[in-house]
Write a protein that binds this ligand. Structure first.
Ligand code: 5AD
Ligand code: SF4
Length: 474
């Protein structure tokens, strides 16, 4: 049993990151343990977690498990969890309740929790006290160890917890079962060293570790050969890519090299305004296959709150960067993340956030009420704002965000835009769905034969969060 440790998770040393190319392995005796057994994997949270789940699926399938989308049919239920806000916690424990119920009728059922919540000391303590029947718990640094963790559980028939609280290395040989045949996520870096005062990520995912460029470029080249159209380069703070490598190579260099592979579409998330360089803007402008879509988290428009958040930029420098981006890439769409109700946020601070939203007129924004995360500095700050007030601010902010989202979408009416068709629309089964280069969701008529292709679509109707269109036949 290896338990998480917050103090160790916080630590940052100069120890060099080790690239491990042989770390993941499945012993022969484990290759058949999932035979005639099904797994159900539910993923919470960000794209990083979605991509980790693609690794977990491949690992389980190397052990002969097959996937099911029906929890009740599964022999192994695993929740890949998110720790970013309290509501994710509540959702997970709601599911855990359902799992307990299933276990009562199915004694051989294996249950487990992994991901960011598993990295939290308090969560694992809670599991050990109240959920002794949960079979396995493993952290974000332990994914490649899943076969061995399952083996231990089966051998010992007791709760198996393995959560490393380490700065982290890079394990390169974990298999992947991608959810899509057309678009792929690629980790370019792991962890984060920014330590924004509200954020749990630097504790749950370790220190910033950039993957060496050759591994990333090989992965993209392979995907191009397999017919993939789009890659999204993933990291908590992708603009800082390369800073920890001991070579002269940065995010602009990586973007350029990925662009040169010829893949049709390149996206990248998430950007921290602090590390966004002019060199990057030039490269985005230069290559048509780098998509004109930028997610640029603001968090707050008040300099006082930005300072308390440890964000390292001011409202003025953010607006200057925003202006530069829009001048260089006028067609681009820009989205953001905003937190309301950070400890000590006064009405006038909130008003400043609204002012920035008005100035930027974002294409869309993810908005959140501050959630205190155990172990982070912001959780120690005095929080005097009532929940009612926070909800009021969130509502007011969302009204404004929605207004600009609709306004941004309105500009698309009658235009012809490129869309990568992904499959049947969830909203309307007679239509296909896909995304524009600027990341707008489009429901498309007459595109049934074009799944996996980038086609021209004429926009015929505009909503706040999506567009409708029809295929343009040349
Ligand atoms: N409370 C509320 N929102 C948070 N985020 C991160 N941590 C917290 C927290 N403790 C938001 C930020 C970040 C996004 C992924 O989640 O806006 O950009
Ligand atoms: Fe969290 Fe800040 Fe790192 Fe983003 S940059 S993951 S908000 S600490």
């Amino acid at each position: 049993m290896i338990l998480p440790n917050l103090k160790e998770a916080k630590q940052r040393t100069n120890r060099e990151v080790i690239i491990k190319t042989n770390e993941y392995h499945v012993e022969e005796e484990l290759k058949k343990i999932g035979l005639h057994k099904k797994y159900f994997l539910k993923t919470y949270g960000c794209q990083m977690n979605e991509h980790d789940s693609e690794n977990i699926k491949a690992i389980l399938e190397e052990m002969s498990f097959t996937e099911t989308n029906i929890m009740e049919d599964a022999d192994f239920i695993l929740l890949n969890t998110c720790a970013i806000r309290e509501n994710a916690h509540n959702k997970v424990f709601g599911m855990v309740g359902r799992m307990k119920h299933l276990r009562e009728t199915k004694p051989d059922l294996i249950t487990g929790i992994c991901g960011c919540m598993a990295q939290e000391e308090t969560i694992v303590e809670e599991i050990m006290k109240k959920y002794k029947w949960l079979d396995i718990v493993f952290g974000t640094h332990n994914i490649h160890r899943l076969p061995q963790i399952l083996k231990e559980k089966i051998k010992k028939q007791k709760q198996e917890i393995e959560v490393f609280s380490i700065e982290g290395d890079i394990v390169e040989n974990i298999p992947v079962k991608r959810d899509s045949k057309y678009k792929a996520w690629i980790n370019i870096m792991y962890g984060c060293d920014k330590f924004c005062t509200y954020c749990i990520v630097p504790y749950t995912r370790g220190k910033q570790r950039s993957r060496p460029p050759e591994f990333i470029l090989n992965e993209v080249t392979e995907l191009v050969k397999e017919g993939y159209q789009e890659v999204t380069l993933l990291g908590q703070n992708v603009n800082a890519y390369g800073k920890d490598l001991h070579i002269e190579y940065n995010m602009a260099n990586l973007l350029e090299d990925v662009a040169k592979t010829g893949i049709a579409r390149i996206r990248f998330v998430t950007s921290h305004p602090w590390d966004f360089t002019e060199e990057m803007i030039e490269i985005i402008k230069k290559y048509d296959n780098i998509m004109p879509y930028i997610h640029l988290p603001l968090q707050s428009g008040s300099n006082r709150i930005l300072k308390l958040m440890g964000r390292r930029y001011t409202k003025e420098s953010y607006l200057e960067l925003y202006k530069k981006l829009k001048e260089a890439l006028p067609y681009s769409s820009i989205t953001t993340d905003i937190i309301v109700g950070f400890p000590g946020e006064k009405e006038e601070d909130f008003e400043e956030t609204l002012e920035v939203v008005k100035a930027c007129q974002y294409d869309s924004a993810f908005t959140f009420i501050f959630s205190a995360r155990v172990g982070t500095p912001a959780a120690q700050m005095e929080d005097t704002i009532s929940l009612k007030e926070k909800e009021k601010r969130l509502y007011q902010l969302n009204e404004l965000v929605n207004e600009y989202a609709k306004k941004a979408n309105d500009k698309y009416l009658g235009k012809i835009v490129p869309v990568l068709i992904e499959g049947v629309s969830e909203k309307n089964s007679t239509m296909m769905m896909g995304y524009t280069d600027t990341m707008k969701l489009v429901n498309v008529k007459n595109a049934d034969d074009f799944i996996g292709k980038i086609v021209n679509v004429k926009i015929t109707d505009v909503k706040t969060w999506s567009l409708d269109g029809e295929l343009v036949v040349d």
